[in-house]
Write a protein that binds this ligand. Structure first.
Ligand SMILES: [Fe+2]
Ligand SMILES: [Fe+2]
Length: 193
């Protein structure tokens, strides 16, 4: 870890907190989908179980990196668990299509955040940048799997993906007390300068 000024180290902790909270929601989303799949799409269960195990590992790795930098998890992790379970359950009602649209929308939203974060962190905290880049590879696999199993350009997919992505962003924003948009603004400002 390199020497960083106070603002940078605060932002690194915020990024880790947002990501840790996001992984917490992902674990809950996949958990709800695994439960619902038992009846509506049992063939998806092995993949969902394996994917959930990735999200559990991601969550642990973000927590470890955050703790090493004196950061603390988001206080509203219960909100993430509830909301993630609700989102996983509601989208599962639309069967295999709903599950794939939900997975793709959430993973696509995550992907956009991770790309920005890696760019910001590479010169400041290469260890965290590398961690995020490693995790991003698995997130991209999740997205590719879901995209290959539905038509992301259909009207129904786009409509559902829009509200799921918006819900995900609102949840991230609320539970991090606006940190997610501050992170986005600060990263955008750094790129301009
Ligand atoms: Fe993840
Ligand atoms: Fe994922």
């Amino acid at each position: 870890m390199q020497d960083m000024n106070r603002d940078d180290s605060l932002l690194v902790r915020r990024i880790l907190r947002v990501n840790h909270a996001g992984e917490h929601a992902a674990v809950s989303i996949y958990g709800a989908q695994i439960a619902c799949c038992r009846f509506i799409a049992p063939e998806l269960r092995p993949w969902l179980r394996e994917t959930q195990s990735h999200e559990i590992r991601h969550r642990a790795r973000f927590l470890e990196a955050m703790t090493a930098r004196n950061g603390r998890p988001c206080r509203a992790t219960f909100l993430w668990a509830w909301s993630g379970s609700l989102l996983g359950f509601v989208t599962s009602l639309a069967g295999r299509f709903g599950i794939m649209v939900c997975t793709a929308a959430v993973e696509r939203t995550v992907h956009q955040h991770l790309v920005e974060q890696i760019e910001y962190l590479a010169p400041r905290d290469p260890e965290v940048a590398e961690l995020i880049a490693e995790i991003q590879l698995e997130e991209d696999d999740h997205l590719a799997y879901a995209d290959a199993r539905h038509d992301p350009d259909s009207l129904a997919s786009r409509a559902d993906a829009a509200w799921i992505a918006l819900s995900t962003e609102i949840l991230i924003w609320l539970s991090t007390h606006g940190d997610s948009s501050r992170v986005h603004r600060e990263l955008a400002a750094m790129k301009r300068n």
